[in-house]
Design a binder for this molecule. Structure first.
Ligand code: TXA
Ligand code: MG
Length: 364
């Protein structure tokens, strides 16, 4: 246990201090445009081991290397192995990197000899991302080596989107947390597997969805779950991103439940004293409040108008706030509604919520 640090403003001297801590094998909380990362030297097995220990992360769940280098520079430094790819495979990863880096895209590529087993959890692939956030970019450049950085939460918990949330999760386990403000995107990067022959599969949905990937490559890209023999992403298990308070996802908005189901829901809520409902917009929040499931009910819309980007940006902070609120039961309406959940960002929000919650139909 160490002394709890405060968020640090990323001045040039703070960045130099963070770079020195990283070079000494320590952990640093790092802002990126998606969520905050828990950074360490990604090619140093001892430093990487500290990440797994700090997060209580199972060692079968590999890490993403954050870099500012191009694919060919990564190949030259033995981080990826482009030689393992056919020309079609090389063209696919180059097209994705050219169009979408720096940004919220992680590419899973054949691994080079310089990457320790622990970073990739022994897989023969390695996950790589060029972040867009200026603080992440500056720190990687200062250190001069790729940084492994999983989301800076305890394993299975909600990813942090502010420096304060990193301190709540891991404050006693990091040398410092650089404060880059609230993350602009609020959801983790899209994880995309490019196999040596150039077959491309979306393993973890994010802002960049299958339609952007398909447009970039000029051919249809599928979700990992659609493919018959899909490459697996070990960290996308069904329960993840979870608050500590019991949290259930409703099959529809409260205003759309028939009287029988509404009554069942009332019975389900009865043992709890304070229920908080998360809704898609302000109108739904008002209807949820009116349903008066229990005496003490609060309803929150992440964005008053239910727009996708602000909803993504505020999702984790809102879940975190509800978890810390006096509510002893959390209910989530379908967010976003079914139609919008088919688009890139809507799909990603719905994906995270389905992992954060238990379906109400499964409630005891
Ligand atoms: O936006 C993000 O990606 C954030 C920021 C900090 O960059 N990082 C992040 O890392 O979300 P993490 O460790 O929480 O999630 C990484 C995901 C996990 O689901 C992991 O299983 C998957 O990427 N992954 C990593 N390496 C992989 C590989 N070689 N093959 C398949 N999946 C991999
Ligand atoms: Mg994570």
């Amino acid at each position: 246990m160490r002394f709890m640090p405060n968020p640090t403003t990323p001045t040039p001297s703070a960045l130099a201090h963070a770079a020195a801590a990283l070079r000494a094998g320590e952990l640093v909380g790092l802002p990126t445009e998606t969520v905050y990362g828990l950074a360490a030297l990604g090619l140093d097995a001892d430093a990487v081991a500290r990440i797994y220990a700090a997060k209580d992360r199972p060692s079968f769940n590999p890490l993403i290397l954050h870099t500012t280098q191009s694919l060919s520079a990564l190949h030259d430094s033995g981080i990826i192995d482009l030689q393992a790819c056919t020309p079609r495979g090389r063209a696919a990863c180059q097209a994705l990197a050219d169009a979408l880096w720096p940004g919220p895209l992680t590419l899973v590529l054949p691994r080079g000899a310089a990457v320790p087993d622990l970073t990739t959890a022994g897989l023969d692939t390695v996950a790589i991302r060029q972040p867009r956030h200026p603080v992440a970019h500056a720190l990687i450049e200062l250190v001069g080596a790729p940084l492994a950085a999983p989301s800076a939460n305890r394993s299975g918990r909600i990813s942090p989107t502010t420096a304060t949330a990193v301190l709540t999760e891991l404050g006693d386990r990091v040398a410092m947390v650089l404060d880059g403000g609230p993350c602009a995107l609020g959801l983790e990067s899209s994880v995309v597997h490019v196999d040596p022959d150039g077959e491309v599969t979306l393993l973890r949905p994010g802002l960049i969805g299958t339609s952007t990937l398909s447009e970039t490559l000029g051919r249809r890209v599928h979700h990992g779950t659609d493919a018959a023999s899909r490459p697996r992403s070990p960290g996308t298990g069904s329960r993840h991103y979870s608050p500590k308070t019991p949290i259930f996802q409703l099959p529809s908005r409260i205003s759309e439940l028939d009287p029988e189901r509404l009554d069942l829901l009332r019975q389900h809520c009865a043992p709890f004293s304070r229920v908080a409902v998360l809704t898609w917009n302000q109108t739904d929040a008002a209807s949820a409040q009116d349903a008066a499931l229990v005496e003490q009910i609060t309803a929150t819309a992440i964005d008053a108008e239910g727009r996708l980007s602000p909803t993504a940006q505020g999702l984790y902070a809102t879940l975190r706030a509800l978890d810390e609120s006096p509510a002893d039961l959390l209910l989530v309406e379908p967010i976003p509604p079914v139609g919008l959940a088919q688009t890139g960002l809507g799909f990603a929000i719905a994906d995270r919520l389905s992992r954060a919650t238990v379906p109400w139909s499964a409630a005891p």
